[in-house]
Ligand binder design. Sequence first.
Ligand SMILES: C[S@@+](CC[C@H](N)C(=O)[O-])C[C@H]1O[C@@H](n2cnc3c(N)ncnc32)[C@H](O)[C@@H]1O
Length: 246
Amino acid sequence: MRHGPESTGPEPGPAGTFEASFAIADSIPGWLTRDQARVLDEAARTVPPAGTIVEIGSHRGRSAVVLARALGDDGRLVAVDPFPVDWRYGDDGTEAAFRANVDAAGAAERVDLRVATSREVRTSWEGPVEGVYVDGKHDVWSLRDDLRWAAHVRPGGWVLVHDAFSSLGVTLGLLSVLPLSRHLRYVERTGSLARLEVARPTLRDRVRPARELPWFVRNLVVKVLLRLHLTRIAGWLGHHDAADPY
Ligand SMILES: C[S@@+](CC[C@H](N)C(=O)[O-])C[C@H]1O[C@@H](n2cnc3c(N)ncnc32)[C@H](O)[C@@H]1O
């Protein structure tokens, strides 16, 4: 695990570079590759002045720092996480770590932390959202529920979903929604980060997620190999990390 940020780096905002943001984020423990962070950075930079974006699942702030620093001065990131202490990687210091990391990244003024579940915040939400980053609870039902945030996103806005085609729950959730959706189209993925657009999908859009199934199966095999401590064989499949694929 990586340790907390040591320096605040340059000022955040569209004038600050992605490299500066990722240097800070990369010192925060979490699950987000450089390429995925770049997708988040680019998406947040499309947000108009005073726009709001939402993050579901914040942990210690690795992704929140990237998103918030890429917003304009009046932009706002609503970060939603109940910080359950019984979650596999959570503990009673996670919320404080999130606040400290966001503060050290110079992004505290743009982050509105809601210590609550995604559903609790969504069901009382009013107003438009420019984009949503989904990285919360990874079961089918939570993922399906999190995708309902898309109803608040303007047409043409983005919904990014982490652990797509690497987590069983997230993948089944996506596959149960995308082929039949009338307002969400699958665009592409960066590793396990799926990019969806709030737009009417074409037939080709509906079928496109199925093309990721070979990669999904490969990830399931890697996970089994890691549980069996067969890391060398996982390496033959191109996985060279102790963590599950993401
Ligand atoms: C994979 S982690 C998020 C990682 C984070 N995005 C990062 O970059 O480090 C998943 C997070 O979802 C949170 N979570 C669990 N249940 C949730 C819920 N119902 N709504 C929102 N977040 C939830 C957990 O507390 C955990 O911090």
